[in-house]
Write a protein that binds this ligand. Structure first.
Ligand code: SF4
Ligand code: FES
Length: 236
């Protein structure tokens, strides 16, 4: 028989299978905890910390997407301390990254009353849009470094390892090996990185061209010509 454990979440006694995370345990109890870097298709590395909860007896807040539920735990998912932490994380994110195409994060900002002007002197990330292939663009001004694209490109799904982190600290960014253009990497253009990106930093090329004001016919022609040119270049 599978082992089960008992804990208390937001005052509610909960019985869950041993081995589940606090996030999963809360879900089973009908309690929603906000997440950003977590995705059901990728391995969480607890990078964003928006999912933190308060566990009685623990010194620090705990990231619920990776912390395992344990017998007897008393957990608070929406305490004042938790809400303050989430608000600060959102304020730091919005101070340096363009979140205009991240509706889920915008909803969180409203929920936690995050002030977009809290850190007015923060340096914004504004690298140019990378348009180097016919399938998708990379707009890293919108990248929150959640690592979902890296994970799905690697062991979590595709095993192509075209994307990875580079740099340290504030200079950290997602990129290709030696910043090679995408067609010169191991990328097979499966589109899974685009599918898991929560902020529009990775976007289908056609969608992006439409946003730039091109008509659907022009978009068809542009992407067709682009594919032909790149195929010819790769043969020469
Ligand atoms: S490009 Fe998108 S999926 Fe990749 S790390 Fe940035 S925000 Fe996350
Ligand atoms: S969702 Fe848990 S750390 Fe990002």
């Amino acid at each position: 028989m599978d082992e089960s454990i008992k804990l208390t979440i937001d005052g509610q006694p909960v019985t869950v299978p041993a081995g589940v995370t606090l996030l999963q345990a809360a879900e089973m109890a009908g309690i929603t905890i906000p997440t950003i870097c977590y995705h059901v298709a990728t391995t969480s590395n607890a990078l964003c910390r928006i999912c933190v909860v308060e566990v009685e007896g623990a010194r620090t807040l705990v990231p619920s997407c990776v912390a395992k539920a344990a017998d007897g735990m008393v957990v608070h998912t929406d305490s004042e301390r938790v809400r303050l932490s989430r608000r600060t994380i959102l304020e730091m994110l919005v101070s340096s990254v363009d979140l205009s195409e991240a509706p889920e994060i915008q909803t969180m900002m409203a929920e936690y009353q995050a002030d977009p002007q809290r850190f007015p002197d923060a340096e914004r990330r504004e690298p140019p849009v990378l348009d180097d292939n016919p399938m998708y663009i990379r707009d890293y001004a919108k990248c929150i470094l959640c690592w979902r694209c890296v994970q799905v490109c690697a062991e979590d799904a595709q095993y192509t390892f075209a994307l990875n982190f580079s740099g340290r600290g504030y200079e950290t960014q997602i990129g290709t090996f030696y910043d090679h253009p995408m067609p010169e990497t191991t990328c097979v253009f499966c589109g899974q990185c685009v599918g898991v990106c929560p902020t529009g930093a990775l976007k289908p090329k056609r969608e992006w061209l439409l946003e730039q004001g091109y008509s659907p016919d022009e978009v068809m022609e542009l992407t067709r010509t682009d594919r032909r040119r790149r195929r010819r270049d790769s043969i020469e």
